[in-house]
Structure formats: C-alpha cells, structure tokens
Design a protein around this ligand. Sequence first.
Ligand SMILES: *Cc1c(COP(=O)(O)O)cnc(C)c1O
Length: 453
Amino acid sequence: MERQVKYLLPESEMPRHWYNVIADLPSPPPPPLHPGTGQPVGPDDLAPLFPGALIAQEVTGERHVAIPDEVLDVYRLWRPTPLLRARRLERDLGTPARIYYKYEGGSPAGSHKPNTAVPQAYYNAAEGVTKLTTETGAGQWGSALAFASAVFGLQLEVWMVRASYDQKPYRKLLMETYGATVHPSPSPVTNAGRAVLAAHPDSTGSLGIAISEAVEMAAADPDTRYSLGSVLNHVLMHQTIIGEEALKQLADAGDTPDVIVGCTGGGSNFGGLAFPFLREKLAGRINPVIRAVEPAACPSFTRGVYAYDFGDTAGMTPLLKMHTLGHEFIPDPIHAGGLRYHGMSPLLSHIYELGLIEAVAKPQSECFAAGLRFARTEGIVPAPEPTHAVAACIEEALRCKETGEEKVILTALCGHGLLDLTAYGDYMSGQMRDLQLSDKAIEEALAGLPAGV
Ligand SMILES: *Cc1c(COP(=O)(O)O)cnc(C)c1O
C-alpha cells in the first residue's frame, strides 16, 4: 500500500488553461509606471518590446487563459511531468513528514523554463516577429528560449551573465546547439554593456545588466522583440501548469499540502507551483503555509524594500513595484545564477505584502549540502537553484521529526544540475565560501532607487 512513489497524469488530463491568480486576489498589484511620466504604462509603451498577445496576458483580469493547441503540442514532448514522493530522503532524515516534489528537470532544456519559453516564442512567431533577444543568468532561460526559438523558426541572441558564461561553458554550447548566438554580459556590443565595461572592466555581470543589453537591442529593431524568463505576470501565469498538474497528482496521492516551498529568483517556478494552491487556499478549501526560499547573497524579499524600481541596471525598463535590493545591486557570483536578480516578481511581491506567503533566505553551502543529500537518496542531482527549496524541505522535515507532526511538504524540483557539476565540485572540495552580505552594501544599492515614485 505505502509503495507508490510516482504520480503520473495521463496526457489527456494535461491542463488546457493557465491560471491567472490576479482574478482571485483581494486587490490587484500596483501597475508598472513609465519612468518619464510616472503614469501607468500602456500597451503602446510595451509594443516595441513584446507581442500584443503577451501584453494582453500581462494585464488581463481573466481567471483562465486557454493554452493554444500549437503550444500544447510542444508541451506534450515532456508534459505532464511526474510528481514524486521522496521516500528515500524521508527515511534518511527519519522524518514522519511526507515530502513530494514536482520534477520539471525532464524538459528538453532541463528546467521549468520551457513552460513559458514555448508560448513566448509561439506568440512572437504568430505576430511576424523574426528575432528575439534575451538575457540569461545560469543559462537555463537562454537554453529554454533557444529550444523554443528553434521550434518556431525564430533567431535568438542571448546576453549571458559573465560569471555564468565563464563557469558554465556547456550551457553556452547548448544554446548554440539549438542555433542561438551568445554574448557574455557586459558585452562591447551595446551602449549599456560598454558603459559598464568602461567603469568596471572586470565586471562579473548581473541579470540587471544583461537585461539592459537585450532590451536595448530589441528596442532598436522593429522585427526584433525581447523575451523575459521570469518576473512578469504572463511568465508566472504560463508556469501555473506546474501547480495545476500537481494539484491533481497530490489528490491522486490522497494528500493535501501543509507546507509548499520553492526557490525564488524572479519567482516564476514558485508562483507556477503555488498559485493554483493559493486559489484553493483563498477559497477556504486548504490552508498550506507557502514559503519562498531565496539565496542569502541576493535576499530581495527578506532584506530588500518594497518600492518602485527599474527591472534592469541601466534604467531602460518601466518602473516595477517590487521587493528590490536596488537595480544597482550586484550580487556575489554564487552558483545559483538563476537566483541572482536584484528584484522580485511584482505579483509575488504584492502577494507577500498581503501576507499570503512567507520568505526565508539560505546560504549556498547549506543548499549544496541539501542537494548532495537529495542526490544520494533520490538520485536526481538538483540544479543549484532548487537546492534552496530542498534545503527548506529538509529543515521543515527535521522540525517534524522533533514535533512528531506528519506534515505534507510539497516543492518543485525545477531543474536538474547535470550541467552544474562544477558547482558541486567546488562544494565537495571545500572551496565554497558563504560570504556575508553587509547592510552597507544593501544600503548603498538602495540609495540608487529612483526618486519621486
Ligand atoms: C531560472 C531558474 C530559477 C529562477 O527563476 P524563477 O523565475 O524564480 O523560477 C530557478 N530554478 C531554475 C532551475 C531555473 O532555471
């Protein structure tokens, strides 16, 4: 009876709609503002960067948005994804808790990112766009969009954060294998990149700088659009397919979650898993604690402020009301490159302000210890980003061991770490250091917040 570890949905039960949590919130998130006028941005302001369909999804109040058949066809290459019960990890911890993980590492790019890359490429191609630009941190978003661009016949140029470009050569090769062009960021190709290089020739880069470069290139060419892999409302909405599937699978397992944890960079895998459960929570059907886990080196929820800030370093994007460390903040080059973003999704930031979710920060050595323990029990090597979620699962499960509570813990194992083994190597050879992030460094970056909003 107690044997089942894997919960699979048949293809026929794959969700046909994404879920828009805004429809069920007590209030909508504050709108993005135009930095020049201080007024909410309109569709015309965004048209140089995004296709109309995605702009519409960004602002829609509809509760459900139908997934186009062309997108469902591509999703079927790896979806529905399995929900697994981490029995061997539970046994190793000696916990009465039941730990479930939704595994997104089986996608072509090895993470949850293709869930949004595929529809973004589809809508761009459908509106006649021929080329996309984007940034990537660890390279997971770049490889996801490179795959999706290949499927829909788009060209792609990627600005990859220098620290990751040097640490993760295989991600660059994967993007090139799918046909993309990859620049290290900061690059000499753009005004934004040249400005950073002039001031800091050895800059290890940041997602904020890379976004400035990709946005600059897209804005300059009418046939090119920009694509963002996290943070925005439509991205989080595309990721809700994770939570919609998990909801059905956990019901198949006969359980309801007490604690939902996920790692947060810009918030898309966490929002994607959590929002359908948040809908059930708001409806009074379940009452899980929903906990975001961020890196101690880039703690936008736990040490940032809730304010209007730029999404990029050069200040070219609209102003977003979000938890931010300041757009000038450059985090230490931790291995979880996908979590090195100065801000947080405005939608998740708003939900955090409403008190519907909580957040914790973890140093990377605790996370890699958790990743190793997970690999040695469950077999899957987690990407550096979800080791943060695994560490929080283990912490919760060990608390249950103390109290004897049989909590049900749910997380997203949002990517595998097979292209991140250098990071595991650093950890195993004792070379990984947890640098303390000083209050002064945060204060200095926050001093650069835009004034008057
Ligand atoms: C990009 C990425 C993240 C961080 O982005 P979110 O939008 O917060 O999910 C986390 N994990 C993996 C595997 C990623 O590729």
